[in-house]
Write a protein that binds this ligand. Sequence first.
Ligand code: NAD
Length: 265
Amino acid sequence: MNATAEWLDLTGKTALITGSAHGIGKAIAETLQTAGATVIVSDINEELVQETAAALGAESLPLDVSNEEMVDKAIADIIARHGALDIAVNNAGVYNGFGGPLVEMETDRWRGLMSVNLDGVFYCCRAEARAMIDAGKGGRIINVASTQAVTPGVGVNYDGSKAAVTQMTKTMALELAKHKINVNALAPGATWVQDFPEPPIDPSAVPAHSGQPLNDQVASRISRIPMERWGTPDEVGKAALFLCSSMSEYITGVYLPVDGGWLTL
Ligand SMILES: NC(=O)c1ccc[n+]([C@@H]2O[C@H](COP(=O)([O-])OP(=O)(O)OC[C@H]3O[C@@H](n4cnc5c(N)ncnc54)[C@H](O)[C@@H]3O)[C@@H](O)[C@H]2O)c1
């Protein structure tokens, strides 16, 4: 193996990716597995998580990240089976059907999103960090935030949850550095996660509330992305690999946009 391949090699590492039955999480799982990691595909969707894990030849773990007890048990089980958890990517998140204007936002819609995007990240990070500290081998934690952490538009719940995850990431990086645990945030921009059809080039082709990855308000911004296209899950996967690899050993607490230049505007 040449030196550069070695820098990215994850052989011998155990990696948990939440919300990885589909979309960005699935691409991260595929990328980390390609780099040699033993990948645990985890998701609330029990049927799809089995299907995705089987297709990868990876371990499948049904898990609702908003359930504190389930999260603690899942991490304990991983330690029992694998001895350690080296990499954790907290990717599970919801947005479709959850955003919308403040004045129309029911409390259930606020809490529903926060329980996954915010509580879920807290439960997972806490359990993962405890396990990594106990094992004494250091580790990598990546939280999947969003460009919405710094640009508003989807809704107070979604944008607020991602801003909080970004700040929590910095606090955790500060606290965990002495344990050799790097904690970083990935911030995808508009990323096409539908299985069909091709990403629309004309943003007006994305109808409002169509179940597409972004609502109409955000979709209208696609035309302003400097690279003039949607991102792909695979591109987020490659950035995740960088943050899991020895290439980023001295990087912690960063917010890394993968957004085709969106945040330059
Ligand atoms: N797609 C984008 O444009 C975009 C942009 C910025 C950030 N993100 C973030 O990326 C992450 C992945 O989004 P995606 O676009 O791949 O979405 P997706 O809907 O394709 O995948 C999300 C996965 O999370 C799972 N999930 C939902 N609730 C869960 C829970 N309580 N516990 C465990 N798993 C759960 C879903 O079943 C699904 O498989 C999210 O955190 C999202 O906020 C996405």
